[in-house]
Write a protein that binds this ligand. Structure first.
Ligand code: MRU
Length: 331
């Protein structure tokens, strides 16, 4: 991804290895500061994922793969490292996929295996961009929720990859960016990425998405996902389900962009996807400022489930599939 810095525009990934350190952009500090966190061991990797220095399903997967490689070269107990990394967050399937992938494929050069995994994620996201861009014409207005950009996927993005590709090929597009309470990944991260690449957009309050869809100002919705169940239901950032319902009510196509590795054949339906509950303070405080009446509790589910019936199609590295065609992803 392109990042505007005071020293000019730099190409950067969300996470990478330097020797046996794992270095990542600390996404908690964006857009105000471009800070980096260096993980020295699998305990740091666990913390970086749990505390959301790094987040987004494919980026979590790549961080886990790097963490496993790091643990191997540092002589850690690999079963313990795998368990520690797996326990960081429950919903994103890529985390479990990446740990298992590394346990099977590490061979005698773990860092090379992790780099290969990372490069394959970046290549898949680029291909998602190429397939998804075919859905975007000159003048298309797209709504996206949360951040399914390069920060969330190592590079390019899933939901943002078609947007980047369409803009890159000269199409005149516009992106509605849901702010995405409570952690504001849309406003802080998606808008930061779009800004860095001069892609026209506007941040909207989460509650405004229905208004713009009803007024005919949104042509297409594209979101990412943390897990695709075997029946095509998906889990994604809290609020995604509402957007899908409103898109459906207004006949707006609703697409989910993800690499095939986000598909979990062992989870039969959305009901079986574990939904992370995070600290209520994420809802109650906004950037450290307490704005609720003392004594009022909060609830904070990080994800919700969108049923396959509301999904027009899946944009994957292998092409675009309807929920009924999902099994063709593996041909
Ligand atoms: O809690 P987060 O920020 O990790 O949630 C991220 C999302 O919900 C993304 O939309 C999803 O991981 C897809 S990322 C390509």
């Amino acid at each position: 991804m392109k990042v505007k810095t005071k020293d000019g525009v730099k190409e950067m990934r969300a996470v990478w290895m330097e020797g046996d350190d794992v270095v990542m952009i600390d996404q908690r500090d964006l857009p105000n500061r471009l800070n980096f966190f260096t993980a020295k061991n699998h305990i740091d990797i666990h913390r970086s994922i749990k505390d959301m220095m790094i987040r987004g399903a494919p980026s979590i997967g790549v961080t886990a793969a790097y963490g496993m490689a790091q643990a191997a070269v540092k002589g850690a107990d690999m079963e313990e490292a795998a368990e520690t990394i797996r326990s960081a967050r429950p919903t994103a399937y890529d985390l479990f996929y990446a740990v298992d992938h590394m346990l099977t494929n590490m061979g005698d050069d773990p860092i090379k295996a992790a780099e290969k995994y990372a490069d394959s994620v970046a290549a898949k996201c680029r291909a998602i961009g190429e397939h998804g861009a075919k859905l975007i014409s000159d003048g298309t207005r797209i709504l996206t929720h949360c951040n399914a950009g390069a920060l969330a996927t190592l590079d390019h993005g899933t939901a943002l990859a078609p947007i980047r590709a369409a803009h890159g090929s000269g199409r005149d597009i516009f992106v509605f960016v849901d702010e995405t309470r409570p952690r504001l990944q849309g406003m802080r991260l998606t808008a930061w990425e779009l800004n860095n690449e001069d892609i026209p957009h506007a941040i909207i309050a989460d509650n405004a998405a229905g208004h713009y869809m009803q007024r005919g100002e949104v042509d297409l919705v594209i979101v990412g996902t943390d897990r695709i169940a075997a029946n095509g239901d998906i889990a994604n950032k809290i609020g995604t389900y509402e957007k899908a319902v409103v898109a459906n009510a207004n006949d707006i196509p609703f697409y989910v962009a993800a690499p095939v590795t986000t598909f979990d054949p062992n989870t039969p339906s959305g009901e079986d996807i574990p939904i992370e509950e995070r600290d209520p303070l994420e809802v109650l405080d906004i950037h450290g400022v307490r704005i609720y009446p003392k004594g009022s509790p909060a609830r904070n589910p990080a994800f919700d489930v969108t049923p396959n019936s509301l999904i027009t199609g899946f944009i994957t590295e292998k092409g675009v599939f309807s929920p009924k065609e999902l099994s063709r992803m593996f041909d």
